[in-house]
Design a protein around this ligand. Sequence first.
Ligand code: BGC
Length: 856
Amino acid sequence: MRNLKKNVVQSILRTGVSGLVLSFLAASVAALAQAPAPDSPEIEAKARAMVAKLSLEQKIELIGGVDSMFTHAIPAIGLPRFKMSDASVGVRTWGPTTAYAGGVSLAASWDPELARRIGEGLGKDARARNVNFLLGPGVNIARSPIAGRNFEYLSEDPFLNSTIVVPFIQGVQSQGVIATVKHYALNSQEYNRHNVDSDADERTMREIYLPAFEAAVKQGHVDAVMNSYNLINGVHATQNEFLNLKVLKGEWGFQGILMSDWDATYDSVGAANNGLDLEMPSPRFMNAAGLVAAVKDGTVKESTIDDKVVRLLRTALRYGFMDRPQFDPNDSTYSVADSAIALDGALESITLLKNEGGVLPLDPAKIKTIAVIGPNAWPAVTGGGGSSEAQAFEPVSTLTGIANFAGPNVHVLYSRGLPEITDVMRNTHWAGAVTVATYPGKDFTATPENSTSPFFGDPGMGRRGQGGMSTPGHAVRYSASYKAGKAGKYLVLTAVQGWGTSVKVSADGKELETPPHAEGQVAPFWTLDLSAGQTVNLQADYVPGYGARFGLGIAYAPELVMGEATELARLADAVVVAVGFAPDTEGEGRDRTFELPWGQNALIEAVAAANPHTIVTLTGGVGTDTRGWLDEVPALLQVYYPGQEGGTAIADVIFGKHNPEGKLPVSFDRSWDEDPSYAYYYPVKGADTSLHVTEPNKPPVDYVIPHVKYDDKLMVGYRYWTTTGKHPLFPFGFGLSYTTFSFSNLKAPATAASGSTVPVSFDVTNTGSVAGAEVAQLYVSDPSAKAARPERELKGFEKVRLAPGETKHVTLNLDARAFSYWDEAAHKWTIDPGKFVIRLGDSSENTPLAAELTIQ
Ligand code: BGC
């Protein structure tokens, strides 16, 4: 494209052309102008001159969104509206797109250059769809494995997040598209995300939760930031003076646009005076009714409103949005080049966690029959659920990737292994009809209208391919009896969809409780122990939200795994069991379980018992409960959400065409209750407060605010494991390869002046027989610090590609921040002179080399 631009310019200069052609070419050249211009006195003056032409009402109009995904237009000053689109794994604005291995996969690649390429790809995809703002990247810390949006974010470590996010942003913005770093801040759970208050001390914020935002602003020069839904220390993000004014716009010098998450604003004056520049998706609070009088009486200064508008105009002018079309016909909507980037993302991130007896790679010459089994085998699962969902043009599933690789001479056998939940519902034979009592209103107090149905739930739910959504405004009580044919365990399975939908299920009058610490998670399931011929009465109280669907069915647990799955497994030379999460079990707006979705443990166990060459591929944001089957399978690949080329990459890794090189961006727990955030994840009981909110021209609403105490403080992920000396299942930074590597010659100066940059060098050698990539990781320990510090912290890394026998010399520079901690009393970054230890290795737990350094 750069050549095309040059050629166009040269041809204009050389030949001279008619006015019409010239203006067309000029427009094309303008359209090709990409990276934003730096801020300049001219741009500033122009922005201020435009603001001077606007009335107060027009200015206020500009600080609220319109039509869900646009900023406002003011044609009188030549200002068009600007379009926004989610997000970091694909530009989803309309129709299909390129779906990358983004978020957690990108962090698992540990490759900043890949981040830049994905950013550029997304920028091009955005230009091809007329998008001005990309609503990503998300950089919230993966504090807990059950948080619903970890897959969209990056890792548990602020340094890794910072190192990945900077080139990603630069990549997006180099294409003339504004990146939006989100969700600022401390938004590390989905449970009750609109109301929850994240209470954290300043050191915890500065050292763990804010650095990736800081890097995005100070190094990536991101031009938009999105405030999160939650409150921080008692104040909503969108009106949080500390975060928005003191830190973001004050200390970090952010000059761009601070927008709200969608419906995350709670106060007109509070938001206007505390840094919010743009309320999305519509001006519920930052509107004329909420602000005109406040400006007239001086509660909000007009200059404060002007500053918000200047930020929008300044940014738009810098990007040339008013001089050129954002749609760039030189960027393809369907891009083969971007598909190649998507494939690289999947190849670089897939992480080999177990490979007993070298079962992988499979030798394609020896495999005559391969079975691909499991709910995630087909169709492709490219990403998690919610606003980041990107519909790929032709996503490659694990099944099709393996079949394509294996070619025509290998038999490929497939079974889903488990029924779809809709099949379970259809096949549940109730003893008699299901009674349906429909209550007007949202509770079960008024007189219901009674009817019967063959289905336990919305009728569409139990039948394939049929919609059947419920609308809010009523409540439904379903009840039916079920007679157990055989003695044993039965699973009560529910499928619940829709924002704000709630369901309570009871058996024989006793409410089936969601397990402890499962509040707010995806649709649960329960196990009932029934004797042969026993009848159980099931009841579900269902209050639909928006886009709601609900259904319930019962499955006899011993017969849940399809018989064909184990039969096919027995016939095969090797089996790939594709399990894990998917958009309906891991996504925005709710947390997920630590356990695999229902039936999957049983499926893995059954297949592993049928075939010793069982390879498990695990889809999911981060850690998952592997107890019960990990010892039974020789190989485990964590595939995260691998994007549209996932199946191709999985096959390349399994058959050894690509040597796995992903490294865990999070520590993998054995169980959720050993996670360092476990005790602090849910709100402190009995500590709720209330919040009185008045939306202009509407009656006031009282919100209950639960308080989550971030008392795990700095002990997030490997910081906890290495400080306590305990060991997780798989440590942060860990990932196997088909080759071996060694580290040598670690050199650091014996002494360094406080605040200076410290060069650290070492060699990495591929000591095995195939080419591969290793991630050399530098951890810094500060044993003589006055304040308690985590035992080690990641402060440098480098991905090194090596041929067999090859050695590369690497130098990494550790800057002042690598040795600093946040001094609570002094409110600043501090280096305590004294001894530091620099450790080098291939995970947070395996650091064979160490060097000592004294900071003077
Ligand atoms: C999400 C944001 C997203 C926005 C627009 C919100 O629900 O939290 O991440 O960018 O919707 O789709």
